[in-house]
Write a protein that binds this ligand. Structure first.
Ligand code: GTP
Ligand code: MG
Length: 329
């Protein structure tokens, strides 16, 4: 399934019902007063976060959402019925903004959270409102107002708690595939992965944690080179990053710097995000090389290095233990 994280929709709240002109007609009451009721309010458009939804895919097929109009007022000063609100379900983590102005309407984070994005028009006034001493039989009423109409941009940021980052070919997809049931494409060329893959990794306690394989980070990603910028956005909400360095690279130390620099250049507090430094493909190193490399990387980063081989399934338990420890902090 394609990962869609942006959608455009048009929402239109209901129009208010019109007020009406009517007069009281009762037996033996010769000149009944004005009795036209007000129109009902138009229904509003409400977005609601739903934990069962994972994507904005639904909005590819349905883009226009209309709420019901309010009904006309009735005789005997009866107010018309209000239009029913239209509730649209969106995944948790959806951000809503106005397309033309980029004004943010709000974020829907928690399951069940709601946000009114278009208010219904108010109902018109019936002629009962216009009774005065000078005019005992007003022939005047007003129309209901149009409901609000907006073009909205929905954006879903990944709600992964753990993001796996690293240069192309570092083994990010391999790692997520051995940790979870995600089955991304894996190949020995860069940019195999074009969209983030999500995988759920079970904790010892039983509940799952979402990991994301974030592809396409290269030098210049923060300036929009490659795929990186798009996906840097996605890591904004992760709580922990796993920075994967390829032990088989010509220069792992340079690789480390490239990624660190991109995180810094992107801003948004990404460099301050807790990060685990992990060296992958360790089975390709002989012992001397390994010792030297570990020493260099640890010195350069000031972090403790975890060694794994995603392909051989080595070092993964220790890595996960670190992950849980960090998330529970
Ligand atoms: N020897 C060895 N090879 C590995 C290991 N992990 C991954 N690889 C290989 O490295 C290559 C790249 O792996 P991917 O998982 O596709 O790398 P990626 O980081 O997702 O790459 P992009 O999607 O292009 O960014 C593949 O050929 C993998 O088989 C490992 O632990 N040891
Ligand atoms: Mg990949």
């Amino acid at each position: 399934m394609q990962f869609i994280d942006q959608a455009r929709i048009t929402v239109k709240a209901g129009r208010g019902g019109d007020g009406i002109i009517a007069f009281r007609r009762e037996k033996y009451v010769p000149a009944g007063g004005p009795a036209g009721g007000d129109g009902g309010k138009g229904g509003q458009i409400v977005l609601q976060a739903d934990a069962n939804l994972q994507t904005l895919l639904d909005f590819k097929f349905k883009r226009l959402f209309l709420a019901d109009d309010g009904l006309r007022g009735g005789p005997n000063k009866c107010t018309g019925a209000s239009g029913k609100d239209l509730v649209i379900k969106v995944p948790c983590g959806t951000e809503v903004r106005h397309i033309n102005t980029d004004i943010i309407f709000g974020d829907l984070i928690e399951d069940g959270q709601t946000l009114v994005v278009a208010f219904g028009g108010s109902g018109g006034l019936g002629n009962a409102h216009f009774l005065s001493n000078r005019n005992r039989a007003p022939e005047k009423c007003t129309e209901g107002k149009e409901g609000e109409e907006w073009n909205l941009q929905l954006e879903l940021k990944l709600l992964a708690e753990v993001g796996i980052i690293g240069l192309p070919n570092a083994g990010k997809s391999t790692l997520i595939s051995v940790l979870s049931s995600a089955r991304p494409k894996i190949a020995d060329y860069p940019f195999t992965t074009l969209i983030p893959n999500l995988g759920v990794v079970r904790r010892p306690s039983g509940d799952g944690t979402v990991f994301a394989d974030i592809p396409g980070l290269i030098a210049g990603a923060s300036q929009g080179i490659g795929l990186g910028h798009d996906f840097l956005r996605h890591i904004q909400r992760t709580r922990l990053l796993i920075h994967l360095v390829d032990a088989a690279s010509d220069d792992p130390l340079r690789d480390l710097y490239v990624i660190e620099q991109e995180l810094e250049a992107y801003g948004h507090g990404l460099v301050d995000r807790p990060r685990l430094l992990v060296l992958n493909k360790k089975e390709l190193l002989n012992q001397d090389c390994e010792n030297q490399l570990v020493e260099n990387l640890e010195k350069a980063s000031g972090k403790k290095l975890t060694l794994i081989s995603a392909v051989m399934g080595k070092g993964l338990d220790a890595l996960l233990e670190d992950v849980w420890k960090n998330l529970d902090k």
